[in-house]
Design a protein around this ligand. Structure first.
Ligand code: BDR
Ligand code: CA
Length: 317
């Protein structure tokens, strides 16, 4: 059993990652979910997290984190995720409880109380996780590794060189990559292969209560992705969870990875591929994913949740 904490900024792909993790309770024990300002303001991404958790009647403690990056202003992504940060479905989950308004302390206490090492999952800017490492450095011994969606060795999506989560808070990412905690990096190199097709999205429509929710999320996300040249939709954040459930669907290489914080390359993650870096690898960089297995992992998880919560959609909407 893997004990995990998910730090996120839902976000369509964050939401699908959370749902898939919840469906795999036989492999993942979710100790808590923490939010971070990213795709939208902290307030909006927290509302989105509440809505998703309420929708599946989860009982996972939810804590709110930092409003924005360590040193700069928050840059949000309404062009990808809409004004709410998770446009598409109608929700009414505003009653889901907030366990703490201090995500850093919350993570620290959860990790300390856990009888085994914990895996952190970072699906947004790495601000909360960087603060955890800075404020409580001794906690590093209890973190097995950090599975992050962020970066990309060959491409960016927010600038030519930088991926969104790293670009929003490169200073935080630099702390995390230099923390001596092993990292598994789902960067754009792999996440842009992790696409769901339009036909697969349409196959979720009216399939079940949770599958239909995913359809509504993906329908919006697919249309917004068109402006960036995507026909299908890369479900970036799900890679960081899928790796924990079924790592065999991925392949990758260990590198020493670091982050550029200044100039035109601000937010770039780069790998030191020199012979001199052998033995200094800090990151397992995912490079390939079996797309079909990846999509099946999602659709099977949604079908499982459909069967668990057979409440008629119409009663809720
Ligand atoms: C990342 O940026 C966000 O918009 C997504 O939720 C994902 O975490 C992809 O670059
Ligand atoms: Ca995200």
């Amino acid at each position: 059993m893997k004990h995990i904490i998910i730090d996120c900024d839902p976000g369509h792909d964050d939401a699908l990652a959370i749902l898939t993790a919840i469906a795999h309770a036989e492999k993942l024990r979710i100790l808590g979910i923490t939010t971070i300002g990213g795709n939208q303001t902290l307030e909006k991404v927290t509302t989105n997290a509440k809505n998703i958790l309420e929708f599946v009647q989860a009982e996972i403690p939810l804590a709110t984190g930092q409003k924005g990056p360590l040193t700069k202003e928050l840059r949000i992504a309404p062009e990808a995720h809409g004004d709410s940060g998770m446009d598409g479905p109608y929700f009414n989950g505003e009653h889901y409880p907030i366990a703490s308004d201090n995500a850093v302390l919350f993570m620290y206490e959860k990790i300390r109380a856990c009888t085994q090492k914990v895996i952190l999952v970072g699906l947004g800017p790495l601000t909360n996780i960087a603060l955890l490492i800075k404020v409580f450095p001794e906690i590093r011994n209890k973190i097995e590794y950090i599975s992050i969606m962020g970066g990309g060795l060959e491409r960016g999506n927010t600038t030519a060189l930088a991926e969104f989560n790293i670009y929003v808070d490169p200073e935080a990412a630099e702390i995390v990559f230099n923390s001596d905690i092993p990292i598994v990096m789902s960067g754009l190199d792999v996440t842009e292969q992790a696409e769901i097709t339009v036909a697969e999205i349409n196959g979720l429509k009216n399939k079940g209560r949770v599958s239909h929710l995913a359809y509504e999320l993906l329908h919006f996300y697919n249309l917004s992705g068109r402006q960036f040249g995507f026909i299908n939709s890369p479900i970036h954040d799900l890679c960081a969870i899928a790796f924990l459930i079924d790592p065999r669907m991925f392949s990758g290489t260990s590198y020493h990875v670091d982050v550029i914080t200044e100039g035109k390359a601000r937010g770039l993650t780069y790998a030191d591929k020199r012979l001199a870096a052998v033995g200094k690898q800090n990151t397992f960089v995912l490079e390939q994913v079996n797309r079909k297995e990846f999509v099946h992992l999602l659709t099977d998880a949604l079908a499982y949740l459909d069967a668990l919560s057979p409440i008629d959609r119409e009663n809720k909407h």
